[in-house]
Design a protein around this ligand. Structure first.
Ligand code: ATP
Length: 365
């Protein structure tokens, strides 16, 4: 078991707080992404778990062992934490062949030659780089180099693999291919992956759980689809999903426990929350969140809107529709398109709407 537990971890650089009282449990075999905007504390968090940065306060446990405690003065060095690293500039040793790059760590660990050969062969095959074993890094493409770097990191069989934006130097197509490879690799190795990215799509598609941060503070720690459908607050709702969620200001009040009357712009609608514990008295200021795929353009809907703009991309078309004073984003599939100014009917998939408190920006229902 190699669970990672962070207890009240804080990191200050001078007076500024990079990570603020973070509590996190990463289960053995999870693929966690640390996600959030630039400067939110992702890299600092990763480096603290790996032992490359010293927290100001708190404790870190790996595999049932305390590897850091500010109070008890424990600080186990990275080399003793049984972890591997893969960073953005994954510099391979230029004077070594692919084989030598991958086998280097194992030779240091004094593995017998035939066992090293077997392990490297296994990795060359897994990462589909068998044909390059005698080449030098300068004779490889960026994507091939990245595969060698992954093989080199996996060779010593670390229980935990840390990756900081490892795909950011690759072009869009290669990134996509490497995402698939990383996900397969995670399943094959069953190691724990801790991955830093600011790319919400990468986090959504790769991870078992997303740790979404803002200004050093944890916003939500949950599986990707939970973050997507039940965001903890407006920030998380807005940060994941592309095109972004529609956020519409309005007022709401309970009719009874199961129904909330909402008024946004000129529209009145009924909202039935998943949990019936929300009670809004008077005209409570709310923000209604609707993902674009649940804004449906329906020919026979009584609610009429006009097409403001369309962005067709073949598979999907992102459509902006004007509904009174509101401009909403919708997404339609299968190559459908519309004319600007055209009148269309609109419907919302009510059970997919979420409600936030306009003041606190917290999830209500
Ligand atoms: P990015 O996506 O831009 O890499 P990040 O979320 O990984 O950002 P961190 O690198 O963890 O953010 O930085 C968090 C905060 O701590 C930032 O405000 C940054 O300026 C600050 N910081 C990081 N390292 C240091 C340092 N060595 N000295 C002073 N401040 C630092």
């Amino acid at each position: 078991m190699s669970d990672i537990v962070l207890k009240n971890i804080t990191k200050r650089f001078g007076k500024s707080v990079a990570v603020d009282n973070l509590n996190l449990t990463i289960a053995d075999g999870d693929f966690i992404t640390l996600l959030g905007p630039s400067g939110c504390g992702k890299t600092t968090t990763l480096r603290m778990i790996a032992g490359l940065e010293t927290p100001t306060e708190g404790e870190i446990w790996i595999d049932g062992k305390c590897v850091f405690s500010a109070e008890k003065g424990i600080n186990v060095p990275p080399s003793k934490r049984d972890v591997g690293f893969l960073f953005q500039n994954y510099a391979l040793w230029p004077h070594m062949t692919v084989y030598q790059n991958i086998s280097f760590g194992l030779e240091n660990m004094k593995w017998p030659k035939d066992r090293i050969r077997k392990k490297v062969d296994e990795l060359l095959k897994m990462l589909k780089i068998e044909e390059f074993e005698k080449r030098y890094p300068s004779e490889l493409s960026g994507g091939q180099q990245q595969r060698v770097a992954i093989a080199r990191t996996l060779a010593t069989e670390p229980k935990v693999l840390f990756m900081d934006e490892p795909l950011s130097n690759l072009d869009a197509k290669l990134r996509m291919d490497m995402r698939t490879e990383l996900k397969r690799l995670h399943l094959e190795t069953r190691s724990t992956f801790v991955y830093v990215t600011h790319d919400q799509l990468e986090a959504m598609t790769l991870s078992t759980k997303i740790c979404l941060m803002k200004k050093g503070l944890l916003q939500q720690y949950a599986p990707p689809l939970t973050v997507y459908h039940s965001p903890a607050n407006m920030f998380t709702a807005d940060f994941v999903g592309n095109p972004s969620i529609n956020l519409i200001e309005g007022v709401g009040s309970n009719i009874n426990l199961d129904e909330i009357k909402i008024q946004v712009g000129d529209l009145n609608m009924l909202f039935c929350p998943e949990s019936n514990s929300v009670s809004l008295s008077g005209n409570h200021k709310i923000v209604l969140g609707i993902r674009p795929e649940y804004v449906n353009i329906e020919a026979d809907s009584a609610l009429q809107a006009s097409i403001y703009s369309t962005l067709p991309s073949g598979m999907e078309t992102i459509v902006k529709i004007q509904l009174g004073d509101l401009i909403l984003t919708s997404v339609v599939f299968q190559g459908k398109d519309f004319n600007v100014g055209e009148t269309v009917g609109v419907e919302f998939t009510g059970e997919r709407c979420v409600l936030f408190d306009a003041e606190t920006e917290d999830y209500l229902a």
